[in-house]
Design a binder for this molecule. Structure first.
Ligand SMILES: [Zn+2]
Length: 79
């Protein structure tokens, strides 16, 4: 099974032959390719994005788990 990083890593050099990304784009791609267990924090890194989303979801669960709430729906009659 391929990862986004693996696909980009395998095709990055051939992509550069036909396209002209900016220096910033090249830097972000290189950070993503070199990303390992330490976060690269690149905006396009799917590994870091997944880790960030998981942390964010866990923080939300922890923040709201202490509230005991019920969901109530109120409706009004139509006229
Ligand atoms: Zn990363």
């Amino acid at each position: 099974m391929y990862s986004v990083r693996q696909i980009i890593k395998e095709n990055w050099k051939s992509y550069l032959k036909t396209h002209s990304p900016t220096a910033h784009q090249k830097e972000e791609i290189q950070k993503m390719i070199d990303c390992s267990k330490n976060s690269c924090n690149s905006r396009i890194c799917s590994s870091c994005g997944k880790r960030y989303a998981d942390d964010w979801a866990n923080n939300l669960v922890n923040a709201y788990a202490r509230f005991h709430a019920r969901h109530v729906v109120l409706t009004t009659p139509s006229f």
